[in-house]
Write a protein that binds this ligand. Structure first.
Ligand code: 0A1
Ligand code: ZN
Length: 881
């Protein structure tokens, strides 16, 4: 485990290395405890660099076995070798030389899952961000692009399948039970994109004919016997390949494209050139084992990794500060893909919910950082919602500002200008400036300035002057090490809506530039005056979530009710209803349900009923609208002095009120939505299931709710329905015979399927209430659980700490105590996973004082542990700062 060195990496310190490595030849002789890696590197001194410049290569825990330069052994006195660095003090005078390095690795003992490791007896690698240096000494940084040729030798019985990046060259027998395969990747790439997989895997094969008529062989490799479960992933892959040709003109460039699913993986998946490695959770699916959400995730992640081939691989990042260059852009591309494959409105709402749930708290807490950070101690901790999701929103805003056509021209220019480069955010912004002729310097602050901007907006109507005024004021809150903020360019899409939902015409406007329904907010304050407006309109703001900001709007409840029925922007219509629900849950709540505003409560529950039954709305949309804001969403909106128990109680009461008022209608709608046709994972079918399961959630609080959910569980013909019913039983009828029976039945059926058992762990880890910490503790001893497997840890510990407000934040601090111990236990094996878990406490300062003190104690107990990893120390210290 790499312990903290305290070193801080700074963007302004970037400079190219003195050396390049144009070619890399690797030979692996695989064995679980003593794999030999021979790296033959062509090293080239850069022009103008002094002959005496030492060559300093990165390593991480390496054992050096042999080192030669141009075929001759290097004298120990000409070297400085440690497990974490190799310095050639006096490189040869020639500009180019061959450096041979032999290292020995023990993949079987590699529990950090970085570098070369074993997952269920399959050898595999993970090199992003800095895992390649755990394989051999190298200039392990993304601006060192090299052409790789790889030879893999292994025992045929142990590893009949030998894969690496690029195209296959040849394969053959070596005698004594050994065989080999060679691969060559013609595209120069950074070391983080290197991959090797060797083992016994089953294959699902297919092919794809590209735009220009080339046939690409496609392979998805999974645990033998599970090939059929890869069918949906293969279908998603082919759709992604086609879509990238149509939407971005991007064609695939190798003869083969392989995907391997492994069961031990730190993240979702990895875009290694020509050889994507996936967490098996994002490949394997059928109706019996995967929910509709799983299918949608598989589609999105398959697409994401595939799209990286151009945005990430062909054009890579100059340094890790530029991570959003590939990640934000690729998330934007996968969002657009899913929007085209499914329902655009539903997809957009889901994206915004995710952004608010994950990125907003990050941006509003101690871990806030710009989309392009300027500092890091541990790069692994910057694979964040800010870099990914906010990074994607920034790209979306560029498209909003420039329009789809100019945006596409900018993207074309990006591919043309930077293919083969290790590029920067400045390069990216420049192509859009050049394609549009616009100055994007103020806009670029979105990359450089952390924090969620807020817009305070009020409106007035002067009937006599027929003038409607919007007063808009922007502010950006201070964030760690950035107290003063500059004014941003915020594209605010809006609509003025009059009687019957019609757009209100205006004859003129002043106070801000407005294009295609977008107000360009650039100053601190704008008074936007619309003339020729006779009737007071309702204002629909931040339509389509055009900017990732928060709004403080004084809007009458009447307007919100009106917009929730009439806004013709689907996102904003959803938002209006969601705002009403949030208001009901927060400020007005006691008065509303306490009977002081009976009218509001009645109108809200009536509106919920009318949305549920509105046949003009797609079922998936109705399901999203009816889903109450989550406890964490409500907490975020309250902002401070959070008492999770009070929030939970309020939410349950609102669910009961809506269900009670609509019981009959919800019941008949529920019945009418039962799946009649054969199962299909398509968006429309999934939407019907989502609506039906949302209704079940409401009905479960009504008399007979437990029996209804138990019936739903027993008659389920797919995992979506089964898991939804199990969650309702476990959460709403905790401890009931129905819940106990269903949990046991689920365990009996799926006990030997780890991915399905993850759902069982998740459902139990999220049961509200103080008793859940004991359940979770007990489940850590369940035979299906393992502290060494990231998926298991995330399902049980991750769900408990990030999705169980009343359990984790138990008033006596037991949740935190269990959590801090567990984080330290996970850290011993896998620092990366531990560090990510630890972010669950990032919003500790918004808790009420007693919980706050206990959360701080837990954080300190982690911070004070000995030999903390770089990953965990970085998170904990920033969280406490
Ligand atoms: N580039 C991948 C994410 C990723 C990052 C780090 C990893 O190391 C364990 C693995 C994957 C993506 O965006 O999909
Ligand atoms: Zn990515």
């Amino acid at each position: 485990m790499r312990t903290d060195t305290g070193q801080v990496f700074k963007l302004e310190d970037y400079r190219p290395n003195d050396y390049l490595i144009p070619q890399t030849n690797l030979t692996f002789r695989l064995s679980p405890d003593a794999t030999r890696v021979t790296a033959l590197l062509t090293v080239e001194r850069r022009d103008g660099v002094s002959m005496s410049a030492p060559l300093v290569l990165d390593g991480d825990g390496l054992t050096l076995k042999r080192i030669e330069i141009d075929g001759k052994k290097v004298k120990p006195s000409d070297l400085l070798a440690s497990p974490d660095q190799l310095t050639i003090l006096k490189p040869p005078a020639a500009r180019r030389f061959q450096l041979l390095i032999e290292t020995e690795l023990a993949p079987a003992g590699n529990e950090a899952l970085m570098g070369l490791y074993r997952s269920s007896n399959v050898y595999c690698t993970q090199c992003e961000a800095e895992g390649f240096r755990r394989i051999t000494y190298f200039l392990d940084r993304p601006d060192i692009l090299s052409v790789y040729t790889v030879r893999i030798e292994a025992l045929r019985d142990e590893a009949p399948l030998l894969l690496s990046n690029g195209n296959p060259l040849d394969r053959g027998d070596l005698g004594g039970g050994w065989h080999y395969a060679r691969w060559h990747d013609p595209f120069p790439k950074p070391s983080y994109l290197f991959a090797l997989v060797a083992g016994n895997l089953g294959q699902l094969a297919d092919s794809f004919v590209t735009l220009s008529g080339r046939t690409v062989e496609l392979g998805i490799y999974v645990e033998p016997g599970k090939e059929k479960l890869a069918g949906y992933a293969m279908d998603a892959l082919k759709r992604s390949m086609k879509w990238d040709e149509e939407a971005f003109g991007r064609e695939y460039d190798l003869d083969v494209f392989n995907i391997v699913a492994v069961s031990d993986f730190n993240m979702g998946a990895m875009e290694n050139k020509g050889l994507n490695v996936f967490n098996d959770k994002y490949v394997l699916a059928d109706r019996e084992t995967a929910t509709d959400a799983d299918f949608a995730n598989i589609e999105a992640i398959i697409a994401h990794e595939y799209f990286h081939n151009w945005t990430g691989n062909r054009i890579t990042c100059r340094d890790w500060f530029q991570l959003c260059l590939k990640e934000g852009l690729t998330v934007f591309r996968d969002h657009e893909f899913s929007a085209d494959q499914r329902s655009r409105a539903v997809k957009r709402i889901a994206e915004v919910r995710t952004l608010r749930a994950h990125q907003f708290p990050e941006d509003q807490g101690p871990l806030a950082h710009p989309v392009r950070p300027r500092r890091y101690r541990e790069i692994n901790n910057f694979y964040t919602a800010t870099v990914y999701e906010k990074g994607s929103e920034v790209v979306r805003m560029i498209r909003t500002i420039l329009g789809a056509e100019v945006f596409r021209a900018g993207m074309d220019l990006y591919f043309e200008r930077h293919d083969g480069d290790a590029a920067t955010i400045e390069d990216f912004i420049k192509v859009f400036e050049d394609a549009s002729g616009r100055d994007l310097s103020q806009f670029a602050l979105w990359y450089h300035q952390a924090g969620t901007p807020n817009l305070t907006i009020s409106s007035t109507h002067n009937p006599a002057a027929q003038e409607f005024t919007l007063e808009i004021e922007q502010s950006v809150p201070p964030t760690p090490s950035e107290s003063r903020k500059r004014l941003m360019h915020i594209p605010l899409a809006f609509g003025l809506i009059g009687a019957g939902g019609k757009a209100v015409e205006y004859s003129g406007v002043e106070g801000a530039s407005i294009e295609d329904g977008v107000i360009h907010v650039r100053k601190r304050r704008h008074m936007v005056r619309f003339s020729g407006v006779a009737e007071r309109p309702a204002v629909s703001l931040n339509r389509g979530f055009s900017a990732p900001v928060t709004l403080s709007v004084e809007q009458k409840a009447d307007d919100q009710f009106f917009l929730a029925r009439h806004d013709n922007d689907a996102f904003s219509r959803w938002q209006a209803f969601n705002t009403l629900l949030t208001d009901a849950l927060i400020s007005a709540f006691r008065e509303i349900l306490g009977g002081k505003q009976p009218d509001f409560a009645a109108r809200l529950t009536e509106l919920a009923g009318s949305i549920a039954g509105d046949e003009t709305l797609e079922p998936a949309y109705r399901a999203l609208a009816l889903a109450l804001p989550g406890e964490a969403d409500i907490a975020r909106d309250i902002g401070r002095n959070i008492d999770p128990d009070a929030i939970y109680a309020a939410r349950e009461a609102l669910a009961l009120a809506i269900g009670t008022a609509n019981r009959g209608a919800f019941s008949s709608l529920y019945l009418s939505l039962a799946d009649k046709a054969a199962f299909s994972p398509d968006a429309a079918s999934a939407g019907r299931r989502a609506l039906r399961n949302t209704l079940l959630d409401y009905l479960s609080l009504q008399p007979g709710g437990a029996a209804l959910a138990a019936g739903h569980f027993q008659s389920a013909t797919n995992m979506t329905d089964r898991a939804a019913a199990l969650a309702v039983l476990a959460h709403r009828h905790h401890g009931s015979p129905e819940a106990i029976e269903a949990l046991a039945a689920f365990e009996t059926i799926y006990g030997s399927d780890p991915l399905v058992m993850d759902k069982w762990f998740q459902i139990q880890a999220s049961v509200p209430g103080p008793q859940t910490v004991d359940t979770v503790m007990a489940l850590t001893n369940h035979p299906a659980f393992s502290m060494g497997n990231p998926n298991r840890v995330r399902s049980l510990i991750g769900t408990f700490s990030s999705a169980n407000q009343t359990g984790f934040h138990r008033a006596d601090g037991e949740g935190y105590r269990f959590f801090s111990q567990t984080v330290l236990e996970v850290e011993k094996r896998n620092p990366q996973v531990a560090a990510r878990l630890a972010t669950a406490l990032r919003s500790w300062r918004s808790l009420e004082p007693l919980r706050q003190a206990k959360a701080r104690e837990a954080l300190l107990s982690i911070a004070n542990a000995e030999n903390l990893s770089a990953d965990l120390r970085d998170i904990v210290e920033r969280t406490l700062a």
